[in-house]
Design a protein around this ligand. Sequence first.
Ligand code: SF4
Ligand code: SF4
Length: 362
Amino acid sequence: MIYKEFGRTGKMVSALGFGGMRFPLKDGKYDYDYCTEMIHEASRLGINYFDTAPFYNNDQSEIIFGNAFEAMPNDFFVSTKCSSLSGDELRTSLEKSLTRLKVPKINFFHIWCVMKLEDFEKRMAPGGPYEELLKAREEGLIEHICVSTHCAGAEIAEIASRRLFDGITLGYNIINYKYRQEGMKAAFANGAAVVTMNPLGGGLVTDNPEYFSYIKDIDDMDTLDAAIRFNASHREITVVLTGMDSIEHVQRNVSSVEMPLSIEYVEKAIERTGNHAVKAMDALCTGCRYCEHCPVEIPVSKLMQAYNYNILADAKSVKANLRNHWGVPQEIAGTCIECGLCEEKCTQHLPIIERLKEIACF
Ligand code: SF4
Ligand code: SF4
């Protein structure tokens, strides 16, 4: 396993992190013993960064980790989160996480799911979540304060420039890198660790290996390896988080990250992506979310990310993605009043209105 320093903290963390949002269900229930085996196998293979949150896996993720942590094969760090806007609620959530995870302190506690700067400022307001975390750190209940965000690159750069966080967790992959790169680089430049989530583009990369095969280097075993290696090879990225749903999946992802990492690989993949963009990448929604704030509250970015499947697979897959991944009813696409606001803001210049009409009829 490759280890990297977590920002300025002096802690050495594994380049691959265990994302605890995809534990498998068996006959509709979690097999807690099997989940413990998965986590212990990850620990034996050198993973020492374990990421969870309240509500992951029907609110069972922290409990699953807590069971496993009682007898971990090796030392580990745990990351969890809270999205509350209130300091009191954050405190309640933190205490619950400590109990469920069965640890005396949280190593990396995240202000969770910051969607825009306005939202960020609310978390930082006097008496709010950030102040509560400072108190918790004084008390030894947490070690490091981090932030997890879905903002665009420039907004992440603004957050990073305050130098208040030991780590910044953000979605980053071969599809959306252009919109987050500025923030990712700014986080690194300001001394924060960079943890990336969603390295497989919400499954888009692995579900469409042929389409994304251009990101492979000559030695890569397959597109999944290439996508993980793309993130892990960035010198600015400390941990690549992947959700894993079986022991084999853990072993597989560990071997992906153990391939030689190089900045040259990143540069080549970006170059090949640029060439490929001429043909097709500009038809894909990248999930940048600039199209938000629809006056009739259509979740445009979710619908457009689902529409990607119409380009990469078929209309049936769009419906499945809307239902199973986003939880968005297909019919909402038919409520568009064609004001054009989202198309004006779309960074990919996608024909959103036309696509919504198509989705409504799929
Ligand atoms: S064009 Fe339709 S989807 Fe886009 S912002 Fe206007 S109403 Fe919403
Ligand atoms: S529709 Fe356009 S603006 Fe909206 S998320 Fe997709 S690429 Fe970004």
